[in-house]
Design a protein around this ligand. Structure first.
Ligand code: ZN
Ligand code: ZN
Length: 270
């Protein structure tokens, strides 16, 4: 097995896109920023867009699907994997200018594992307010990744997949005080806090402190709000909760709060 690479290309309400791959092929999870930026970041990291075997979509909100039309057509010709309900949602979404060609629509079902070469991918149900919503558990050899971007609350299904993860990408969307005192209208605040909305820093911190995944080595906090959060607040809230249960950040596990607009480093795993 060759090295596995993970890159967060973008994360947050302005656009989401993650890369996971080996030295010869890889996947994208969501493609919610411009196709040109995705290609540029990959190229800068020595990854050719031609090696992307598929895009796995979490849900049909604009910040997750923007580049799907471009990347599934023409010279890119990349298949798009998601549930039937999300495919239908994408085809109705205003952000979506180019249609995904029928031959590049791949339909997947929750908790049905599929293989892309040596990557074993299992989508699972997530509570959020897209047409339908999934997270992805992805295994490669000994490595188990779990991708959860937008999520309103933690369910037993989510617990089951997070418990297996060594590498977890999980939302820490907002600081509760910043949201309360921030500029959003009341109805939007309610949507964000609601059970089909997003997790706060505290929600994520308390969940992980109460049910720490025993194998967890790397934790990336994703989908930080521009208006209602900061990297430092998300990081400190989670770090403090983990320290309370005796976990040493930087020794027992690594913790990162992902930047919204700048790609992360390339993380490599043997
Ligand atoms: Zn989102
Ligand atoms: Zn969303």
């Amino acid at each position: 097995m060759t090295k596995l690479k993970f890159i967060c290309i973008a994360s947050g309400s302005s656009g989401n896109c993650f890369y996971l791959g080996t030295s010869s092929y890889g996947l994208l999870i969501d493609a919610g920023i411009g196709a040109r930026t995705i290609c540029k970041v990959l190229r800068e990291r020595g990854i050719a867009i031609e090696t992307i075997m598929g895009i796995f979509v979490t849900h049909d909100h604009g910040d997750h699907i923007r580049a799907l039309g471009k990347l599934s057509n023409g010279r890119y010709n990349i298949p798009v994997y998601t549930t039937e309900a999300i495919h239908i949602g994408i085809s109705h979404n205003y952000c979506h200018t180019n249609e995904i060609p029928q031959n590049n629509k791949r339909y997947i079902s929750k908790e049905q594992t599929l293989m892309i070469k040596d990557l074993e991918i299992t989508p699972f149900e997530i509570p959020h307010d897209g047409s339908d919503n999934v997270g992805y558990s992805i295994r490669y050899g000994e490595h188990n990744f779990c991708f959860i971007t937008d999520i309103g609350h933690i369910t037993d299904t989510v617990r089951k997949y997070v418990a297996k993860a060594q590498h977890l990408i999980l939302e820490a969307n907002y600081d509760e005080n910043m949201l309360e005192n921030g500029p959003y209208p009341a109805i939007l605040k309610e949507r964000i806090r609601g059970p089909q909305g997003h997790l706060s820093n505290r929600d994520t911190a308390e969940y992980l402190a109460n049910e720490f995944p025993t194998q967890l080595k790397n934790l990336w906090l994703c989908h930080l709000s521009q208006k209602n959060n900061t990297q430092a607040l998300a990081y400190m809230t989670v770090k403090t909760a983990l320290e309370r249960i005796g976990k040493r950040v930087g020794e027992d596990l690594n913790l990162y709060a992902l930047q919204r607009l700048h790609p992360s480093a390339t993380f490599e795993f043997e």
